[in-house]
Design a protein around this ligand. Structure first.
Ligand SMILES: Nc1ncnc2c1ncn2[C@@H]1O[C@H](COP(=O)(O)OP(=O)(O)OP(=O)(O)O)[C@@H](O)[C@H]1O
Ligand SMILES: [Mg+2]
Length: 502
C-alpha cells in the first residue's frame, strides 16, 4: 500500500496576507522532493501546516488513502512527520546542553522514570554527534555554539527521531561544504531506507544534486510539480520568479579611489590573529574562506561587538577603533551580521522600527520625532530592498526568513556610515533578491563607501568583489585581485594552501 504523503488544496491566510492559495504538494515513498519559491512564497507556511504548527488552514492531508487530522505537533509526530524549522534559534533551548537539546523529545515525552538517566542521555546524544561526523562536546551549552553547529544539532535531533517523513527547511544555509556533503550522505541513507524527504533550499545546485522531483511556488500559488531531470536551473528560476534572470551576479562599474580603511594587527587573543588589510573608497573587498575560518569573528571584532585584544582601524587616517557597537555606529561603521535573528534585528518589533533605528537621530528635532518622515522612510526602504509585507507595521517575526534578512540589510542602507561590513548577507535569500542585494551593495560602493564582504560562497566573491583576502584559521592567508583569480585558487588558500608550494 502506498504511504505517499499528499497535501491537497491547501489555503492559509494571515492578517493582510494570503500566504497559500489552493496549493497541492506531495512526496512519494522514499523520494527527496524539493520545494522552492522566492522569499515569502509560502514554503515554510506549508511545511508548518504539515508539522502541526500552523492552525487555521483549509485543505486536506493524506498518507496513502488515510486522511489525517493534524491539529498540533503531536499529531504530526504520531504520523512520523518531523520538521526541522528554518528558525534555528527558536527550535533550540539556548541555556540547555547539546545533549539535552538532541534528546529533548525523549526527556519531555518518553522518559518514564522519576529520575532522569543523564548518563544514557549523554551517551545517546554523543552517538548521534559522532554519526553526524561532528566534534562537539555534548555537555556544552547551545548558546556557546556557532550557527552551523546549532543547525547540525537540530538536524541530529530530527534525523534520529526516526521520521518516516522528514522536512528540512533551508538546513544548509549556515553549513560548510563539508557539513553539507555529510548531510547529503545522511539524506541518501535515509532515502534508501524508505524515508520521504521534503527539502527546501535557495541553492539550486543542491536541489539538482539530491532531489528527484520539485514543487515550485510563486506568491502562495502552485506553479507546478516536475521531474527535475526535465528542467534546467534557469527553467526553475524562471518558473519561481515569473521572469528570466539574465545576470545572477550583477556588478556596477565604480571608480575606486584611495585607501580609506586600514585594519592593523587585529587579534582577539583567541581565533583571530594579526589581521591586516585595507579597503579603498568605493571598493568591495571580499573576506573569503570556509565556514569556521574566522570571518564572522573578525567582522564582529571590527564592529566592536566582541572584545579586541590588539589592533586598530583607521578611517581616512583617523583611529576609529570602537570599543563597543554603539561606538562603531558613531564612528561610521555598519554591520549586517550573520545571525540575523540574534544580532541583526528586533524580531518582536515592527518593520518600521527596525528599518529606522539606525538613522533615528536624523529624524529627531530637539526632542521631537518626525513620525511622518520616519514612516515614509520605512516605506521607501521596503520598496528599495524589496521586502514582501502587507504593511510597515508588520512584526518582523511574522516575515519569511529571507524577508527578515532584507530588513537586516535595509536598516543600514540609508545610514551615513563609511565602512559597511556584510557577513554572509545573502544567506536564505532567493536568487532574484540576491541579485537586487548585490546591486544595492554596488550602489553603496558608488557612493564612495568602503565595503567588506564576508562570504564562504566563492561564486559570490568572484562575482561582486574587486579584491579579496582569503582567511584560514583566523589569519589572512592571501590577498587576491578578483579579476585574476579562480574558484580553485580561492579554495587552495582557504584550505591552508601555501604560496610557494602551489
Ligand atoms: N505568523 C505569521 N503572521 C503573518 N504573516 C505571516 C506569518 N507567517 C508567515 N507569514 C507571511 O506569509 C507569507 C509566506 O511566508 P513563508 O515564511 O511561508 O515564506 P517562505 O517561502 O518560507 O520564504 P523564505 O524563503 O523567505 O523563507 C509571507 O508573506 C509571510 O510574511
Ligand atoms: Mg521559509
Amino acid at each position: 500500500m502506498s504511504s505517499k504523503l499528499v497535501m491537497k488544496n491547501i489555503s492559509m491566510e494571515f492578517p493582510g496576507v494570503k500566504a497559500l492559495k489552493n496549493v497541492d504538494f506531495s512526496v512519494n515513498d522514499g523520494e527527496v522532493h524539493a520545494l522552492i519559491g522566492a522569499n515569502g512564497a509560502g514554503k515554510s507556511t506549508l511545511m508548518k501546516i504539515l508539522g502541526g504548527v500552523n492552525k487555521g488552514f483549509t485543505g486536506e492531508i493524506f498518507i496513502g488513502d488515510k486522511k489525517l487530522e493534524i491539529c498540533n505537533p503531536h499529531d504530526a509526530k504520531k504520523e512520523g512527520i518531523v520538521v526541522v524549522y528554518q528558525e534555528v534559534d527558536t527550535a533550540l533551548i539556548s541555556n540547555l546542553s547539546v545533549a539535552e537539546n538532541i534528546m529533548l523529545d525523549y526527556i519531555v515525552n518518553d522518559q518514564k522514570n522519576v529520575f532522569m538517566d543523564w548518563k544514557k542521555i549523554r551517551k545517546e546524544a554523543k552517538e548521534i554527534i559522532v554519526k553526524l561526523g561532528l566534534d562537539i562536546d555534548v555537555t556544552r551549552l547551545i548558546s556557546s555554539l556557532t550557527l552551523s553547529e546549532k543547525q547540525m544539532v537540530l538536524i541530529g535531533r530530527a534525523v534520529f527521531q526516526k521520521a518516516k517523513y522528514l522536512v528540512l527547511d533551508e538546513p544548509t544555509a549556515p553549513l560548510s561544504i563539508e557539513e553539507t556533503n555529510r548531510l547529503f550522505k545522511i539524506i541518501n541513507t535515509l532515502k534508501e531506507s524508505g524515508v520521504s524527504i521534503a527539502f527546501i533550499s535557495h541553492r539550486l545546485n543542491e536541489i539538482f544534486a539530491i532531489c528527484d522531483r520539485i514543487t515550485i511556488l510563486r506568491d502562495g500559488e502552485l506553479v507546478g510539480e516536475y521531474d527535475l531531470k526535465d528542467l534546467t536551473m534557469s527553467d526553475v528560476v524562471e518558473k519561481m520568479l515569473g521572469r528570466k534572470l539574465e545576470n545572477t551576479l550583477p556588478k556596477l562599474d565604480v571608480e575606486i579611489g584611495d585607501v580609506q580603511v586600514e585594519v592593523e594587527n587585529f587579534s582577539d587573543g583567541k581565533l583571530v590573529h594579526d589581521v591586516n588589510f585595507n579597503v579603498r573608497k568605493g571598493e568591495i573587498v571580499g573576506l573569503s574562506g570556509l565556514v569556521g575560518a574566522g570571518k564572522t569573528e573578525l567582522c564582529r571584532l571590527l564592529f566592536g561587538a566582541d572584545k579586541l585584544h590588539s589592533g586598530r582601524i583607521l578611517l581616512n587616517g583617523k583611529d576609529v577603533t570602537p570599543s563597543n557597537s554603539a561606538q562603531a555606529v558613531k564612528n561610521k561603521m555598519a554591520l549586517v551580521p550573520e545571525e540575523r535573528r540574534k544580532d541583526g534585528i528586533l524580531v518582536n518589533e515592527n518593520i518600521e522600527t527596525n528599518l529606522t533605528l539606525t538613522t533615528l537621530e536624523k529624524y529627531c528635532k530637539v526632542s521631537f520625532m518626525n513620525t511622518k518622515e520616519i514612516k515614509q522612510k520605512a516605506k521607501d526602504l521596503i520598496d528599495i530592498v524589496g521586502i514582501k509585507t502587507p504593511s510597515e507595521m508588520q512584526k518582523v517575526a511574522n516575515l519569511s526568513g529571507g524577508n527578515q534578512q532584507k530588513v537586516s540589510i535595509g536598516k543600514w542602507i540609508l545610514s551615513d556610515a563609511d565602512i559597511f561590513i556584510f557577513d554572509e548577507p545573502t544567506k536564505g535569500v532567493d536568487v532574484g533578491s540576491k541579485s537586487d542585494i548585490y546591486l544595492l551593495i554596488g550602489e553603496l560602493a558608488k557612493r564612495g563607501k568602503s565595503i567588506i564582504y564576508a562570504s564562504c560562497e566563492f561564486s559570490e566573491i568572484l562575482g561582486i568583489t574587486d579584491r579579496t583576502y582569503v582567511m584560514y584559521d583566523g589569519m589572512i592567508s592571501k590577498e587576491l585581485e578578483t579579476k585574476n583569480t579562480t574558484e580553485e585558487e580561492l579554495l587552495y588558500y582557504s584550505t591552508g594552501g601555501v604560496e610557494n608550494e602551489k
